[in-house]
Design a protein around this ligand. Structure first.
Ligand SMILES: *Cc1c(COP(=O)(O)O)cnc(C)c1O
Length: 394
């Protein structure tokens, strides 16, 4: 089975596992234990991870708060800021194609009385920074715009958005679960105040993540969402997941060293996949910008072919569709819908997400498999036949 669903999760890099292993076995100490070597050892490992993460995003180690993943980081960032700054305002700006971990948190804030603006995106999947600026008002406390989208790979104009937020005195949070380790991220150059990170999207373990929280110019205040022993400077209580944290740190170190080469390789493979599909199939279209896009992402619509049938026919390839099978109805992706993709086209969309361990042979196999599946499904499609003025309707 060829795995091309790296936006959903990535396999653990064996080097990451090797770094974690001692902390799953002999070095089992609690990083908060101050009285013996077991604790010191764990604390030292946690400190090293903080440095590794900070280095990858241009932060200082003291600005890294460990969490269970990007969902928790998004919750802590958005709810934490909304509560801490409630005296200054109650308006949050986000965009229509955020991950549910941001959209559902914003909906919760709305239920608690806050006001939320959801910016539209263009056909390319990008937010217009001018529209963002126009939405800022007296009561705006936070802008939350993702770094890169998990369905179409669109990379937002983060630095521009961040610069405007800084000028206007509004905090800027970015969900960077899909971007960190894949494209260069620098919290200073991008004027980011809070940044969500997930280990399992970057060849680290599941259940580990981090939130970057700026400490200077401006110093961000956060209300904790998890109360208890006061870990992580009181922002996130709970015994630290030392093996997970060590894994996240090692994953960051590897990405930092290998990102340039890996991005170039995956971009070449992604473009190869695209070229093969476009050469062999008619009536295919790409969703989202090719220019401002993660190098390992391809999202394509195959007219007349339902994504679910296509995935079934491509049984040797793991990909994802733009639609979510909820109950009996097939809801087209809200991301594609927000981009103005027609429901019909959205229902035929497939997301290909390439990753570190994919080979050229695997990509060629996936391309051949998709081409064969699309051709045979179209053979069976009366709609396709009719569109081609075909035999059934003569
Ligand atoms: C995967 C993902 C999340 C959720 O991350 P978890 O670590 O699984 O909680 C949030 N945002 C984006 C953009 C993602 O891709």
């Amino acid at each position: 089975m060829v795995y091309l669903d790296h936006h959903a999760t990535t396999p653990l890099d064996p080097r990451v596992l090797a770094a974690m292993m001692p902390y799953l076995t002999g070095k089992f100490g609690n990083a908060a234990s101050r009285n013996h070597k077991f604790g010191w050892e764990a604390e030292q490992a946690v400190d090293e991870s903080r440095k590794q993460i900070a280095r990858l995003i241009g932060a200082s180690p003291r600005e890294i708060i460990f969490t269970s993943g990007a969902t928790e980081s998004d919750n802590l960032a958005i709810k934490g800021v909304a509560e801490a700054y409630a005296g200054q305002g109650d308006h949050v700006i986000t965009c229509a194609i955020e991950h549910k971990a941001v959209l559902d948190v914003c909906r919760k804030l709305e239920q608690r009385g806050a006001r939320v603006t959801r910016l539209p995106v263009g056909r390319d999947g990008l937010v217009d920074p001018g529209a963002m600026e126009a939405a800022i008002g007296e009561r705006t406390v936070l802008v939350s715009i993702m770094y890169a989208n998990n369905e179409v790979g669109a990379i937002q104009p983060v630095a521009e958005i961040g610069r405007i937020c800084r000028e206007r005195g509004v905090l800027f949070h970015s969900d960077a679960a899909q971007a960190v380790g894949k494209v260069p991220v620098d919290v200073d150059a991008d004027y980011i105040d809070l940044l969500s990170i997930s280990a399992h999207k970057m060849y680290g373990p599941k259940g580990a993540g981090a939130l970057y929280v700026r400490r200077r110019d401006p110093r961000v205040q956060l209300t904790a969402q998890m109360d208890g022993g006061g870990h992580e400077r009181g922002m996130r209580s709970g015994t630290l997941n030392v093996p997970g944290i060590v894994g996240l740190g090692e994953a960051c170190a590897i990405c930092g060293r290998e990102m340039d080469e890996e991005s170039a390789r995956l971009r070449r493979l992604r473009d190869r996949l695209r070229a093969k599909l476009e050469a062999e199939l008619e009536e295919v279209s790409i969703n989202g910008s090719m220019e401002h896009r993660l190098p390992h992402n391809l999202n394509m619509s195959f007219a007349y072919v339902e994504a679910e049938s296509l995935m079934m026919a491509m049984s040797g390839v793991a990909v994802s569709s733009g639609s979510a099978c909820t109950s009996a109805t097939m809801e087209p992706s809200y991301v594609l819908r927000a981009m103005g993709v027609a429901d019909d086209a959205a229902r035929t969309s497939i997301r290909f997400g390439l990753g570190r361990f994919n080979t050229e042979e695997e990509v060629d196999y996936a391309a051949a498999s998709a081409i064969e599946a699309v051709k045979s499904l179209r053979e069976l499609s009366p709609l396709y036949d009719m569109a081609k003025g075909g035999k059934w309707f003569k």
